[in-house]
Design a protein around this ligand. Sequence first.
Ligand code: GLU
Ligand code: ZN
Length: 295
Amino acid sequence: MTAPSYIGRFAPTPSGHLHFGSLVAALASYLDARSVGGRWLLRMEDLDPPREMPGAQAAILDALERYGFEWDGELVRQSERHEAYAHVLNRLFSMGLAYACTCSRKQLEGYNGIYPGFCRNAGHSMDNAAIRIRVPELEYAFTDRVQGEFRQHLGRDVGDFVIRRRDGLYAYQLAVVLDDAAQGVTDIVRGADLLDSTPRQLYLQELLGLSQPRYLHVPLIVQPDGHKLGKSYRSPPLTPEQATPLLLRALRALGQTTEQHLNDATPREVLDWGIAHWNAANIPRTLTLAEAQLR
Ligand code: GLU
Ligand code: ZN
């Protein structure tokens, strides 16, 4: 059997409800997949139980359904993938590619979030320690389908990063790379806030011998003050009554055309229109879009 040529995914974090910014990301990844007859998977990124909002998982699934989205296969939850993460983590540790770090938050103050490497050669055991991956003094670059060329020097701009927290929780950077590979994802379409996580993910893919997906980062929808939409910035959950107008607004945010008659369409009809007319080349080539300016 030949591998499918397009597998996309939407990977929400259940720390809150979906909001308009999540809708824009979900819609872009959905339309990009369906317009080429690709598969579209759904993954719940529930790595961090303390930050999970009770009821958020069910609310996210409900909102996606009411907005007409249909995903392929079973929903995958990161909370059910710990064994796979542990396996890779142990391998990286035993090969010396990752190491244990016992630095306190206080010790790391004043380094602008770039780990100064104190524990690199300390030989700490894994117990009760964060696990960091050693990064090379190299620049990692890729060409994003919307944002163009993006490059980042891992040593200078990022430093050795955490793949398992001291409290035992796995880090997003590790989980996302393993999950996308395990699910055969070929195309990652997500918000531009993750553009600068991508070089770390490219490095992990290289280290683990995984193939590199294509990337498309859509503009992040922001508040007038430049902040990302989220629960702390009063962005309303996606209500079922608003499905058609918000889907149309999300389409326009993505630079796609809409027509008058769609105002009376069902969410499903709007999605079908979006699939038929999808043109990723029309997505604004910008990192952010102010919500207030979208209509
Ligand atoms: N779970 C991440 C979020 O909700 C998305 C991760 C990804 O698409 O790579 O921001
Ligand atoms: Zn340390």
